[in-house]
Design a protein around this ligand. Structure first.
Ligand SMILES: [Ca+2]
Ligand SMILES: [Ca+2]
Length: 82
């Protein structure tokens, strides 16, 4: 294994563990277990969220927030607080 491979392996490991931590919260919010957060489900965690905000978060316009979209939202929200 060359150093670059080791670096990539470690990097993916960190991403995977971060994604796992997010998924716990995500699954709790996904009330109907559709594997996506609808606008109504997102309102449970962010009551002030508007439909426009939701549309911006739904980057692939699937109508639901995927785990990845939810993680991005959370990361952006945490950035805002700092
Ligand atoms: Ca759902
Ligand atoms: Ca989506």
């Amino acid at each position: 294994m060359n150093p670059k491979t080791i670096f990539l392996t470690l990097g993916f490991g960190l991403v995977a563990s971060a994604a796992h931590a997010e998924s716990d919260n995500f699954n709790a919010l996904d009330a109907d277990n559709s594997n996506g957060l609808s606008f109504a489900e997102a309102l449970a965690v962010a009551p002030n969220l508007t439909a426009l905000d939701f549309a911006k978060l739904d980057s692939d316009t699937s109508g639901e927030l995927s785990k990845a979209e939810f993680a991005q939202w959370k990361a952006a929200a945490e950035k805002k607080q700092n």
